[in-house]
Ligand binder design. Structure first.
Ligand code: PMP
Ligand code: GLU
Length: 398
């Protein structure tokens, strides 16, 4: 007897988390695996943020929290949006959730009706398509490969919009490609969106601070679409707080209220202690953010240099996030030394894990077969060793 709903049966498991799990299992069996699969900062959470969490426990922030989050945290987020992005949001327009992941899912479930189309430029982060599936929406992929630095054009966007389009889901800096849209490129997309007032724009800005271009333009800053733009952000990446699980949406009031209603029925407010830690992240010193960015940038340079020397790998120079997304189709169709065919990027990722002991993620998980993703949020030594192992494993293919 199969007790599992159609809804969950039709979902794919998160491949980023699955590859990371596989790599931990191999490591538990004593294999020296280098894990470049899951994307999370390798730094510990800064001390002043951890201190705020300890103080929160001592001060008895141990009760249920308001469903959209503590007012003090929502004020701190509103101040951040004003200070860093020049945006004006009232605390009532902000809903704090258990990670940006829940914030994204709340917004999709709150706005997408069955059959509604959601435009997702691809390559795209693993969970978007599955969240749209949960809402019984229809994903419309708009592909952009390495030749266009993984960015879609205004003409592609225009062609993808129909009367059934409910949402465009943008991610810049991008997971998995690291691409960052320039302000001019965003402006050109906004010009298209201005002609289609039925389209909600969801801007996943979780990698805002891991951005090497020197500045960041929020999609929330374009007046023509501001009343239908939802910003997603959180503390996971900027403040090395992935385990604390705090993210948020900043949205038109009706959407924020809908998210609060939904969240009130299935998780309630996010963790009290983590919220107090997040408040310290937003109100405290910001040098930690710049220090981590500088480290990621140095590693970006290292990994681009090493990966571009692997014959058959094509790489771009990512301008943000901490991922490299090489195009690997030139090495497909070859055989491993023991005779297995490497037909797909998924086969390649498994071969790299099992034979080279480097965990990566198949590009197919990001709607982009023919690519693989590395997270370079790890030490320089790990990156050097991983690239050496990958280069040797690829050279051994026949
Ligand atoms: N959006 C993107 C693009 C991400 O890479 C991640 C991290 N997996 C998230 C959202 C979710 O972040 P959080 O850990 O805050 O749930
Ligand atoms: N953002 C990370 C990744 O893409 C975290 C894992 C996840 O939540 O998917 O690897």
């Amino acid at each position: 007897m199969d007790f599992i709903s159609q809804r969950v049966q039709s979902l794919a498991a998160s491949q980023t988390l699955a590859m990371s799990q596989k790599s931990s299992e191999l490591r538990a069996r004593g294999v020296d695996v280098i894990n470049l699969s899951v994307g999370e900062p390798d730094f510990p959470t800064p001390q002043h943020i951890k201190d705020a969490a300890v103080a929160a426990i001592a001060d008895n922030f141990t009760f249920y929290t308001p469903v959209p989050g503590y007012l003090s945290l929502r004020r701190a987020i509103a101040d951040k949006l004003a200070r860093e992005n020049g945006l004006s949001y009232a605390p009532e327009q902000i809903v704090v959730s258990t990670g940006a992941k829940q914030a994204l899912c709340n917004v999709i479930l709150s706005t997408v009706n069955p059959g509604d189309e959601v435009i997702i430029p691809t390559p795209a982060w693993v969970s978007y398509v599955e969240m749209v599936k949960l809402a019984e929406g229809v994903t419309v992929e708009v592909p952009a490969g390495i030749d266009t630095d993984f960015k879609i054009t205004p003409a592609q966007l225009e062609a993808a919009i129909t009367p059934r389009t409910r949402m465009l889901l943008m991610c810049s800096p991008s997971n998995p490609t690291g691409s960052v849209y320039t302000p001019e490129e965003l402006r050109a997309l906004v010009d298209v969106l201005a002609r289609h007032p039925q389209v909600i724009v969801m801007a996943d800005e979780i990698y805002e601070h891991i951005n090497y271009t020197g500045s960041f333009t929020s999609l929330g800053s374009f007046a023509e679409i501001a009343d239908r733009t939802v910003i997603i952000n959180g503390v996971s990446k900027a403040y090395a707080m992935t385990g604390w699980r705090i993210g948020y949406c900043a949205a038109p009031l009706a959407i924020a209220k809908a998210c609060t209603k939904l969240q009130g029925q299935y998780t309630s407010g996010a963790s009290s202690i983590a919220q107090k830690a997040a408040e310290a992240a937003y109100t405290g010193p910001q040098d930690c953010v710049a220090e981590m960015r500088a480290a990621f940038r140095r590693r970006r340079d290292l990994v681009v240099d090493l990966a571009s020397k692997i014959p058959g790998f094509r790489v771009n120079e990512p301008q943000g996030a901490f991922y490299l997304f090489p195009e690997v189709s030139a090495v497909l169709g070859r055989h491993t030394p023991d005779g297995r065919l490497i037909a797909t990027s998924g086969d390649l990722a498994m071969y790299l894990l099992e034979d080279a002991h480097v965990a990566t993620v198949d590009g197919a998980a990001f709607c982009a077969p023919g690519y693989i993703r590395f997270s370079y949020a790890t030490s320089d030594d790990n990156l050097r060793a991983a690239m050496e192992r990958i280069a040797a494993a690829v050279a051994a293919l026949r």
